[in-house]
Design a protein around this ligand. Structure first.
Ligand code: NDP
Length: 296
């Protein structure tokens, strides 16, 4: 392996420490802690794990966590009523409704019901629009975490050729907009892109957010490029009965060529949670008119 392994866990831990210090100042100044409300509907085990780890990270940063767990049979009206209550609750600065939701509930209805000023996931169309036209809002946590890793590695990104593989509303599109804001020359690739390996070979920065295990191979990577692997794919158990988590990048071959690369797990994943904590703190600071370290 020649590439530097980007330690997302360590970068995320350092960011969370800086947020905790800012939260302590906030509490002294305002007499209250920033609060994150999480909403889980149903019993999906992966969602339950995500929500638990978000709640734990919230508490570790010195913030309040309000966990709401509703049954699988919850109606859309009941969930809307809860979101309305959280929108009106002054102790709640951020609202996170864990996706996916059960089929009787339309995700778009719920996402647009959350107040854009408490939408710490950054999924509300108002926040998507703010990002698109360069206004302050909330940026989705995963692409924000990827940007922080890239800036930590490369410093100024201006003029770099960046290829984002994937165009989802929660990762690919906001990632492309963030890189454009940093003055990268951005290409967004997707399932209809012709000759993807050739497109990726041009990139100084590759962000893979596809959901296909180990799709991006080492010979697609320009020597020295920085590779951010967003993918989380669980492979079926092999002979020893253990299943493995892998990214969208074939780590071993890519690490022979890249300059730096994130592992899976331990790369982008921890940054997503750290950025959720960051967004919740920033929401509280904005709502209270509290001035905070802008580089957070
Ligand atoms: P989506 O399924 O919403 O989007 C996948 C994108 O990949 C689509 O734009 C699709 O193109 C594109 N795509 C699919 N197949 C190909 C292909 N063969 N070649 C090129 N592009 C292709 O996924 P998400 O954006 O939600 O997530 C992507 C990955 O990131 C998943 O593995 C997910 O688990 C992971 N993830 C990780 C997070 C973390 O915290 N680390 C958080 C969020 C997601 P098209 O639009 O044309 O269909």
């Amino acid at each position: 392996m020649t590439a530097k392994r980007i330690d997302g866990k360590a970068v995320a831990a350092a960011l969370r420490e800086r947020i905790a210090a800012e939260v302590a100042r906030f509490r002294d100044a305002t007499g209250r802690a920033p609060g994150l409300a999480t909403v889980l509907v149903g019993e999906d085990p992966a969602s339950a794990v995500y929500v638990r780890s978000k709640g734990k990270a919230t508490l570790e940063a010195g913030m309040e966590s309000f966990a709401h767990h509703l049954p699988m049979i919850t109606t859309q009206g009941e969930l809307v009523a809860l979101v309305d209550r959280l929108n009106d609750d002054p102790a709640v600065d951020g609202i996170l409704v864990q996706l996916p939701l059960p089929p009787q509930i339309d995700e778009r209805v719920i996402i647009t019901r959350i107040s854009p000023d408490k939408d710490v996931d950054g999924f509300h169309p108002v926040n998507a629009g703010r990002l698109a036209i360069g206004l302050h809002g909330f940026v989705p946590c995963t692409p924000l975490g990827c940007l922080k890793l890239l800036q930590g590695e490369l410093g100024d990104l201006a003029g770099k050729d960046a290829v984002v593989i994937g165009r989802s509303n929660i990762v690919g599109k906001p990632m492309a907009l963030l890189l454009l804001k940093e003055s990268c020359t951005v290409t967004v690739a997707h399932s209809k892109t012709r000759d993807l390996p050739e497109v990726v070979r041009r990139a100084d920065i590759v962000v893979a957010a596809v959901g296909r295990p180990e799709m991006v191979k080492g010979d697609w990577i320009k020597p020295g490029a920085t590779v951010i692997d967003v993918g989380i794919n669980r492979l079926p158990a092999d002979d020893d009965g253990k299943s493995r988590l892998v990214g969208d990048v074939d780590f071993n071959s890519a690490a022979e060529v890249a300059g730096a690369i994130t592992p899976v797990p331990g790369g982008v994943g921890p940054m997503t949670i750290a950025c959720l904590i960051r967004n919740t703190f920033v929401s509280a600071a904005r709502r209270e008119g509290f001035s905070y370290e802008k580089s957070l």
